[in-house]
Design a protein around this ligand. Structure first.
Ligand code: NAD
Length: 360
């Protein structure tokens, strides 16, 4: 059956890196992958064209797709848009919400060839391979009541950190299953010494644990987890946590790998449909100059093949192709020691495609 993939290039470097992803999808089609690829506007580009960051036709196409590949959205051009609901980021949040993408997978994987690029000593990070499973549609970012109001003559801001048992169980199962497929270790991160909502989080994780006897469950307070991530990051296999803690910890973990230009991510819903995107933003400072590293985007294609389309062999072939170009010493400017020898976005795309073809 032909599967549908929707490409949403977005803003800034989004279109440049999405072009490389589209070429890679073409190579996968040549290798036998049966997909139908469509493109649509999102973010600032959609606002400029239609006055909406998530126009109805884009959402419709996203709903109908088996998987969505998104570049990045946002940039200073739209900072002046007064109506916050029309800002580019709302396009992304709207997609997450409407597609019910509750499970965010953020791998922090350090290619051994890039160990020197990390801010930590190579021996601490060499071989690092962590998967952070972050709950994406609940928690304090979405809880009610929320707002700012006047109380006793001063302004007060407040948010609500709330999770229901079913929401915790749903993300917990994603994490336990992920740990089963990886190293069999799951660390649940909470603040159960202070926050009732995370006491419940811990209870639910404990309740699920006997169903996964092959997974070793541990718990860690979020402050300690932040410390351990920079002290001894290789102790982690799979980490599961709520929306806000996951937001912060996954960015810290990303930086351990040296470049944000290398990291893909996946956001999945209950039916296995997913949105795949690089962890970085739209990098307006380098947009349109053939400077962006397309590898996070190309590795997002691999994640899409693995997690939404069940095409593990093709996913592995892409990951091996990326390893090969790094072995060959090819680097975009964000990874290069010597920027004079760095190659551009398109040349990096060419190299991955060539390495991919050689593995046929
Ligand atoms: P950013 O990730 O866009 O850029 C941070 C730094 O990393 C910049 O110096 C940039 O040049 C560099 N960088 C990022 N991706 C790179 C790549 N592929 N290759 C080489 N260098 C790369 O973060 P920011 O500057 O904080 O945000 C810029 C815009 O992106 C903002 O409008 C922000 O809201 C938006 N944003 C979007 C997403 C998303 O679409 N998922 C995520 C984060 C930020």
């Amino acid at each position: 059956m032909t599967r549908k993939v929707l490409l949403l290039p977005g803003d800034g470097i989004g279109p440049e890196i999405t072009d490389q992803a589209a070429r890679l999808l073409g190579a996968c089609q040549t290798a036998g992958l049966d997909i139908d690829v469509e493109k649509a506007l999102v973010g600032g580009a959609a606002y400029d064209a239609h006055g909406e960051p998530l126009p109805a036709p884009t959402l419709e196409k996203a709903r109908a797709a088996d998987a969505v590949l998104l570049g990045a959205v946002g940039g200073p051009k739209w900072d002046a848009v007064e109506d916050l609901s029309k800002r580019p980021e709302k396009g992304l949040l709207g997609l997450r919400k409407h597609l019910g993408l509750f499970g965010n997978l953020r791998p922090a994987l350090l290619y051994p060839q890039l160990a020197e690029a990390s801010s930590l000593k190579p021996e601490l990070v060499s071989g690092l391979d962590i998967m952070i499973v972050r709950e994406l549609t609940g928690g304090i970012y979405f809880g009610h009541p929320r707002g700012t109001e006047e109380r006793d003559g001063e302004r007060v801001g407040y948010n609500t950190y709330v999770y229901g048992e079913a929401e915790i169980e749903r993300i917990g199962r994603v994490a336990f299953e992920m740990a089963q497929k990886r190293g069999g270790k799951l660390c649940s991160v909470d603040k159960a010494n202070v926050l009732e909502v995370t006491m419940l989080w811990r209870d639910v994780m404990e309740r699920l644990a006997p169903e996964y006897p092959d997974v070793e469950l541990s718990h860690m307070y979020v402050d300690n987890a932040a410390m351990q991530l920079v002290r001894a990051p290789k102790q982690f296999d799979v980490v599961v946590t709520g929306n806000m803690f996951g937001d912060i910890l996954s960015d810290a973990a990303a930086m351990l790998t040296g470049s944000i230009g290398m990291l893909p991510s996946a956001s999945l819903n209950e039916s296995g449909q997913g949105m795949f995107e690089p962890c970085h933003g739209s990098a307006p400072d380098i947009a349109g100059r053939d400077l962006a590293n397309p590898l996070a985007m190309m590795l997002s294609v691999a994640m899409m093949l693995r997690y939404s389309l069940g095409e593990t062999a093709l996913a592995e072939r892409i990951e091996a192709a990326v390893g090969r170009v790094l072995d060959d010493g090819l680097r975009t400017a964000d990874l290069a020691d010597d920027s004079a020898r760095a190659i551009g976005t398109r040349a990096m795309g060419d190299a991955v495609l060539e390495a991919f073809a050689q593995q046929a």
